[in-house]
Design a protein around this ligand. Structure first.
Ligand code: PA5
Length: 476
């Protein structure tokens, strides 16, 4: 199969195109190259020293072998695969499925090559009950992949406690053992304890890799491989991108250039990053990117301990849908955004329009045209419209959407995140600010333990209630 590299097109962020007030001048690009170039060997050295283990995931053939072995064992008796997880334990799974399996995969037996896939990344009771009503008599043909590094994540733990009891009630302890795969830490944590106790099949969340960087580990690979996505090709794409993003020539390194451009615009009043795929298949990749960008780059402190309150706001949009929802703002609202379009040159499937009805000759311009031509022209049209208003636009070009190009995209944006983190001088691999909300949930749900300022859970819950209880005086 010919290699089809994804490409980053950056001319339309340059001053030549959108003017020097908003665009990057050649001198500014030179400065960005000078600032970013030393970070390339720095990240390469950090990676060799083991500081960024996510970088090595595409090379871990033991992980893909273990995943494939489990798929071989379970796939023949699995009609439905249910992923229970949240954040980094779900968004990659969803993105891979939307990108690499047909739109009607779950519903059309002819298009479905593996089990139906359902990913529950919330604790909405109406959603789960509706699903369980449908699932009733299919439990023994359903595999539940519970994914949690810690096992203490309230949402995933609650979902699992429902499923566990259901399996115990309907199929007994053997049923629990047969129908659940736990993806968790290799040696510690609550889910590891539960898995060992119930003798569950297990896969590992890799050590030292934050959830949002784990899609190329067993976290993302198991559901993908169960649904017949070519995980070898996915990892090959990521490996080939690795060669490009470790290249020490700034102008040949797409992650370094992408990061430098994002960094520049953040520092020049464009603090919002809009990712806008012109392809339904790519739509959930922008959701995955949104978490990667927000959790990694939104930080209060820099590495020197200064308060910086830094971080671009990632926004997802979808072309052409959001042309009829967001583009009015994008063109006439504040010029505070950098746009990254995702463009597909060759769609997996295409379809032509029929002739215009006799009574509507004005639709003749659409007659006999491929939808892919319309969609890609709409991307050009929107980009043109934004450029006339001096809005900077990047484009990631996919010759085709397949496992190879998706692997490249994932790795490109993961490493871009590392570069932006280095440019901001912050730690992109932690997420301390999500802890307080988790702790507050624990207290409100009556979990004993040590809370902030030595509070008991009752005291902490009282403090939370005092701020969040509805005051009738302000209710209209
Ligand atoms: O990126 C992250 O680290 C988070 O989004 C986690 O993936 C998420 O909070 C789930 O954590 P856990 O795997 O411990 O359940």
């Amino acid at each position: 199969m010919p290699k089809r590299e994804i490409k980053l097109y950056y001319n339309n962020v340059m001053a030549d195109v959108i003017g020097s007030e908003h665009g990057i001048t050649p001198e500014q690009l030179k400065d960005l190259a000078e600032k970013t170039s030393p970070l390339i060997p720095l990240l390469n050295i950090e990676r060799q020293g083991g500081a960024t283990p996510y970088r090595d995931l595409p090379y871990k053939s033991d992980i893909s072998q273990q995943v494939k072995k489990l798929v071989k064992e379970l796939a023949p008796r699995c009609e439905n695969l249910v992923v229970l997880g949240i954040g980094g334990s779900a968004l990659g799974n969803i993105a891979l499925q939307t990108a690499l399996n047909p739109y009607m995969y779950n519903l059309d037996e002819k298009q479905r090559t593996g089990p139906r896939l359902f990913v529950f990344d919330n604790v909405d009771p109406a959603q789960l009950v509706s699903f369980l009503d449908w699932l009733q008599d299919k439990l023994d043909k359903t595999i539940f992949n519970v994914i949690s590094k810690s096992g203490r994540t309230s949402e995933t733990a609650a979902q699992f406690m429902i499923i566990r009891q259901l399996l115990l009630d309907k199929l007994g302890p053997d049923g629990l053992k047969d129908q659940v795969v736990a993806t968790t830490d290799s040696s510690q944590g609550t889910l590891r304890k539960i898995a060992d106790d119930a003798d569950l099949r297990c896969l590992e969340v890799p050590d030292g890799v934050g959830g949002r960087f784990t899609v190329l580990s067993a976290v993302g690979l198991f559901s993908a491989a169960m649904c017949r996505i070519d995980i070898d090709l996915l990892l090959e794409g990521a490996r080939d991108m690795d060669t490009r993003v470790k290249c020490e020539d700034f102008y040949k390194n797409p992650a370094a250039i992408n990061a430098a451009i994002n960094y520049h615009f953040y520092n020049h009043g464009k603090k919002i990053s809009v990712m806008m795929p012109y392809s339904y298949a790519l739509k959930d990749l922008s959701d995955w990117y949104r978490q990667l960008w927000a959790e990694s780059l939104g930080k209060v402190k820099d590495l020197a301990g200064n308060d910086v309150h830094i971080g671009p706001t990632p926004v997802k949009a979808l072309g052409a849908t959001d042309q009829h929802s967001q583009v009015q703002l994008y063109r006439e609202g504040p010029n505070d955004k950098l746009f990254t379009f995702l463009q597909v040159n060759n769609f997996e499937k295409d379809i032509k329009t029929g002739p215009a009805p006799d009574c509507a000759e004005e639709l003749g311009f659409l007659a006999g045209k491929n939808l892919s031509v319309l969609l890609n022209n709409e991307k050009k049209a929107t980009e043109y419209a934004l450029l006339t208003d001096k809005r900077p636009c990047l484009t990631v070009i996919f010759d085709k959407v397949n496992a190879y190009t998706i692997g490249q995209f994932i790795y490109l944006f993961e490493v871009t995140t590392s570069f932006v983190g280095a440019l901001f001088n912050i730690n992109p691999y932690d997420q301390p600010a999500v802890e307080l909300g988790k702790e507050a949930t624990f207290a409100l749900m009556d979990k004993p333990g040590d809370y902030e300022a030595g509070y008991t859970y009752q005291e902490f819950a009282k403090k939370i209630h005092s701020l969040t209880e509805i005051d009738e005086m302000f209710l209209i």
